[in-house]
Design a protein around this ligand. Structure first.
Ligand code: GDP
Length: 521
């Protein structure tokens, strides 16, 4: 427990709910004077101090001049069996921001202090109620962007990662203790054949660490989202696709080429995974300065992207501009989306002719059939059943699609996939989610039965360091140096693992972690 904490043994308060307008707002007060401070502002039938723990009471919040600020319900939770391990009082108020602020100010005048972000959870950690992995999980649960991220955080919150780390640390401690005992008391503890036994333990621990590390990349994608860029020449439907994925109209969609002038980043949970979607202005050369800025940003976004959704327009076919774009996607993980598939005129599969009701399938803006499109469709005698747009390339013919794919393959894009979609009708969107899952995760994603997933870089780094220390123990064994050499690296491994659960965490690091918490938690 840090010294700063003991000095800081005061009573803190904060709003636990959002600060905007809401039906109710909850204030939290925690610390040794929580009960007496709330008694100073609460007028109910009983004093808060006389209430049983985990009971609620109705009353009024009154200020120093006996003015009623609001009606309230207080909930009393007496330490140590509370989240923070200290006495805690929650005050439910009517949600207006003014009321909430007045009550907070009143609490502060009565001796409470505004909590730092994450300070309630920090108290829980310092009070020994939760370890660092659980504290971080609290933060992640609050920040969760998708169901899988939430699942991973909940596991961590349940202490599964901690249990694994504790188990591995115990083994390391046991071996260290054994070596020390044997060196001190060789008559009772023999080191004969010990190196082999230790090697077995090292194999086991390293294996477990490797398993955890294997999950780290997926874990980061789960927690932070897959950085996704939507590219395509103007008017292929990038903004529409972004909106479709977001499920609401956010980007401005227009018919004029080049209207998406800026990049726009949105987080979206699709089918349990998070995409960090970056909508870009068309990546192409342009003389327009404003648009130019968007284009530069788009290039930057493209460089960092983990997934590129490359849209082409099924109605207009593929042109040189698409080919040029494809040449810029070298080494990227590309999902090629042939968009506007809803507008492709259906051909009768049996005779290769268009089906009778073209107009209903390809209506022009005024509801009549577009002659231009019909002509276009007549040329494409090999269009079959695009309604079954699924990932089967044979079903639809798009001019020069094969050529485009060839370029993407030549550019060594990573696991190219193609899909027919409609941003307008939502066709193919469900499949899109499944394909992204396949591209990035083992199919185990989101399965409750899964093992632990490492979602924090901090944990990953500690695991790598631990693995390095264990490697040095192996080197010592191979070099045949004395057993006392082993203990140095075994203990180093013990320490670094401890860092994950906060056992050997320096105070400043703990402060840093908690400062990322939101207020009131
Ligand atoms: P962007 O320039 O690539 O962002 O393209 P927009 O999203 O602004 O779309 C350009 C035009 O194509 C708009 O009129 C959209 O309504 C239309 N559009 C986009 N996606 C589809 C689609 O899947 N099907 C059809 N029929 N029209 C689409």
């Amino acid at each position: 427990m840090s010294a700063s904490y003991i000095e800081q043994n005061d009573t803190i308060c904060a709003v636990a709910t959002g600060m905007g307008r809401s039906a109710i707002a909850i204030l939290r007060v925690s610390g040794p004077d929580a009960i007496s401070i709330v008694d100073g502002i609460f007028a109910g039938r009983k004093k808060v101090a006389d209430m049983e723990t985990f009971t609620a009471a109705y009353g009024r919040i009154v200020d120093e001049s006996e003015k009623i600020i609001d009606e309230a319900i207080v909930l009393v939770m007496k330490g140590p069996h509370t989240y923070t391990t200290e006495d805690t009082v929650e005050i439910d108020l009517h949600g207006g921001p003014l009321v909430v602020r007045s009550v907070l100010e009143l609490l502060i005048r009565k001796g409470a202090r505004m909590a730092e972000p994450g300070e309630f959870t920090k108290k829980a950690f310092l009070g020994g109620r939760i370890d660092m992995t659980e504290a971080e999980a609290v933060m992640d649960v609050i920040d969760s962007l998708s169901r899988s991220a939430l699942g991973a955080s909940m596991k961590q919150l349940r202490g599964e990662l901690r249990d694994k780390i504790v188990e591995l640390r115990e083994k390391l401690l046991y071996e260290t203790a054994f070596i020390e005992s044997a060196l001190d008391d060789p008559e009772n503890y023999s080191l004969d054949g010990y190196a082999e036994r230790l090697t077995e333990t090292l194999d086991y621990i390293s294996g477990e660490i490797d398993n955890l590390l294997k999950t780290a990349d997926e874990g980061r994608l789960i927690r932070e989202g897959i950085r996704t860029v939507i590219v395509g020449r103007p008017n292929v439907g990038k903004s529409s696709m972004l909106n479709r994925l977001l499920g609401e109209e956010r980007a401005i969609v227009t018919d004029i080429a080049g209207t998406t002038r800026d990049t726009l980043e949105e987080m979206v949970d699709i089918g349990g995974i998070t995409l960090r979607l970056i909508d870009t202005a068309g990546i192409r050369d342009t003389d327009d300065t404003v648009e130019r800025i968007g284009v530069d940003r788009a290039r930057e976004a493209l460089n960092d992207a983990e997934l590129v959704m490359f849209l082409v327009d099924a109605t207009n076919g593929i042109d040189e501009e698409d080919m040029e774009l494809a040449r810029q996607l070298g080494g990227k993980r590309v999902l090629l989306l042939v968009n506007k598939i809803d507008s492709i005129v259906k051909m009768d599969a049996s005779d290769g002719k268009t089906v009778a009701d073209k107009a209903s399938i390809h209506p022009a803006a005024d509801g009549t059939c577009s002659q231009n499109m019909m002509d276009n469709a007549e040329d494409r005698t090999d269009i079959k059943e695009p309604g079954k747009y699924s990932n089967n390339d044979d079903l639809v013919h798009i001019d020069r699609l094969a050529e485009l794919k060839k370029i993407l393959e030549q550019e060594e894009t990573d696991g190219l996939r193609t899909l027919y979609t409609s941003a307008k009708t939502g066709q193919g969107i469900e499949e899109l989610c499944n394909i992204i899952k396949e591209m990035f995760f083992d199919n185990s994603l989101g399965n409750e039965e899964d093992g632990i997933i490492i979602t924090h870089t901090r944990h990953k780094e500690a695991l790598i360091e631990t693995r390095n220390s264990l490697g040095r123990v192996r080197e010592s064994i191979e070099a045949g140096v004395g057993e006392d050499f082993y203990t140095i690296d075994l203990m180093a491994a013990y320490e670094t693992l401890g860092r994950i659960i906060g056992e050997t965490l320096e105070d400043d690091l703990a402060d840093k972690i908690f400062s990322e918490f939101c207020m009131g938690k």
